[in-house]
Design a protein. Structure first.
Length: 207
């Protein structure tokens, strides 16, 4: 029996293993200031139905194009115990620059400044524009991926046909698992100097 279990484990596709690890990964508590200097602690939202974080980066066109949809997503869940944030883990983006970006592009959500990249490392971030949906019941990442299927590197669809983040939030709020908890996100690469390698994928200006 042990040999059979080991065989099944070894034959399991690595993508499935990675997805299982992400969904089982417990997000550690963190305390970060936003663009206005207001302090936010993740675990203060333990009574929420979900915590939604979109990864932001100054100058990233994918993020800028998705801002309206992320604000609309936030507005949809107003009064439904879902907390929304953005998070910037770019070393090159200083606090004053993040504030200017927020004012210029009408970002009225808290942009948490991860200036040491400790939170970004713990969350295994790679690209901006990724949306993380955290379940406060066990602090696991229930979904990570794009907000929808509209974004592209060279062109965007006129409108989305699949609303991945909204569907995932609905599942989490209902106490149900997300059918596809991890999807590939298009966005600007986040530079983590301590990492030994970078993914082989196209980057954008502002990455």
């Amino acid at each position: 029996m042990l040999r059979l279990l080991l065989t099944v484990f070894c034959l399991m596709p690595m993508a499935l293993l990675a997805d299982a690890q992400d969904s089982a990964h417990k997000v550690s508590d963190f305390v970060l200031a936003d663009q206005h200097g207001t302090i936010h602690r993740l675990y203060e939202h333990k009574d929420k139905a979900a915590v939604v974080i979109m990864i932001q980066g100054n100058g990233c066109p994918i993020v800028r194009n998705a801002l309206g949809e992320f604000r609309a997503l936030r507005d949809t869940y107003t009064g439904k115990d879902v907390e929304f944030f953005m998070l910037n883990a770019n070393l090159q983006d200083q606090a004053d620059a993040i504030l200017r970006e927020a004012r210029t592009y009408g970002i009225d959500l808290p942009v948490l400044h991860d200036k040491t990249q400790q939170v970004g490392e713990s969350l295994n971030l790679i690209r901006t524009a990724e949306v993380l949906i955290i379940n406060p019941a066990n602090w696991s990442i229930a979904y990570r991926g794009p907000i929808n299927d509209r974004q592209g590197y060279e062109r965007q669809k006129p409108q989305a046909t699949h609303h991945y983040a909204a569907e995932a939030i609905d599942r989490v709020v209902a106490g149900l698992p997300v059918a596809e908890p991890k999807r590939e996100t298009l966005g600007c690469l986040i530079h983590f100097p301590k990492r030994q390698f970078a993914p082989n994928a196209p980057s954008l200006s502002g990455a």
